[in-house]
Write a protein that binds this ligand. Structure first.
Ligand SMILES: Nc1ncnc2c1ncn2[C@@H]1O[C@H](COP(=O)(O)OP(=O)(O)OP(=O)(O)O)[C@@H](O)[C@H]1O
Length: 295
């Protein structure tokens, strides 16, 4: 599969503090890619670097094989971006927003935009400032899709939506991906919600990529090992240890390897996997030092 997004040693520094650093990613075209991480991890910074809203302090970005496109009109015409607070001009009527979109975007699909708005039950004459947060998010998505982008970048798209609207939003997104072969990169805190829709995962914490890859492959490579906490195994691939009573649960990257005698291995879920890497990032003590604690 060809890459939609490639970053090399990408970094962004605000004064002396790195918001994102040493970011090397190769994200496949046609995939739905989840970007997850805690508050302040660097997710928005990464998305803004990709769309040229921020200039890198280090490294480079390329979209669809075109190097360093950040901000170039040609590259941005292929990208639909919906920012975290999905800002839309609140005094405009929905119809005026569509008119603006048509004027600014050569590939604009007015039929698609009107159809989406109609499906949402939103009157075209309505002023956007009078719409609920969820409706504004849906309008912002409709505007981004009407650009007919090859790449859709969504920063926390479902944060303001109720559970039903979240589900519908993600369903529309998935249908569009299938119909159009769109690449979608979306950030979120809620991993469980993305489990059903994403096929590629990027975990960031503390300004660094902690884990990236195809979801199925990552789930296949990791196991949860359970055994006596007094005899913790050592070695590479040990991501995070959790102790409960006299047992230890270890998230380990061991592929198909057999666990040590006395230990049981079970498959891992996506949320569990992400949490293990986030905990490792928060408490980067290597597992062997935890071994000392268990003695
Ligand atoms: N314009 C800015 N000036 C200074 N620091 C900034 C700026 N924008 C972001 N930061 C800092 O960079 C770090 C990463 O912020 P970013 O917004 O990328 O995180 P995030 O993962 O999107 O967080 P959240 O989930 O809370 O939106 C944070 O420490 C933040 O305070």
């Amino acid at each position: 599969m060809s890459a939609a997004i490639v970053t090399r040693e990408l970094g962004k520094r605000y004064r002396s503090r790195w918001a994102l650093r040493d970011c090397d990613l190769e994200l496949p075209a046609g995939a739905v890619i989840a970007l997850v991480g805690p508050n302040g991890a660097g997710k928005t910074t990464l998305l803004q670097l990709l769309v040229g809203l921020q200039q890198p302090s280090a490294g480079s970005v390329s979209l669809f094989g075109r190097p360093e496109p950040g901000g170039s009109a040609q590259a941005l015409a292929q990208v639909g971006y919906v920012a975290q607070d999905h800002p839309i001009y609140r005094r405009f009527r929905v119809s005026e927003l569509l008119h603006l979109g048509r004027s600014l975007n050569p590939g604009w699909d007015q039929d698609l935009a009107e159809r989406r708005i109609e499906e949402l039950g939103i009157p075209l004459r309505q002023r956007t400032g009078r719409l609920s947060g969820g409706q504004q998010a849906q309008v912002a998505l409709a505007l981004a899709l009407a650009k007919r982008p090859k790449l859709l970048i969504l920063d926390e798209p479902v944060a303001s939506l109720d559970p039903l609207a979240r589900r519908e939003f993600l369903q529309v997104l998935m249908a569009t991906v299938v119909d159009e072969g769109l690449t979608v990169l979306l950030s979120s805190h809620n991993v469980a919600e993305l489990e059903r829709v994403c096929d590629h995962l990027v975990v960031v914490a503390d300004g660094r990529v902690q884990l990236a890859g195809d979801v199925e492959a990552l789930l296949g490579e990791h196991r949860v090992l359970t055994g006596p906490s007094g005899g913790l195994p050592d070695g590479p691939g040990m991501i995070h240890v959790d102790r409960a009573d006299r047992h230890a649960h270890i998230v380990a990257r061991i592929g198909d390897a057999e666990p040590m005698p006395g230990w049981a291995a079970r498959p891992i879920g996506l949320e569990e996997l992400v949490l293990a890497y986030l905990r490792q990032a928060r408490d980067p003590r290597p597992v062997p030092s935890e071994l000392e604690l268990s003695k």
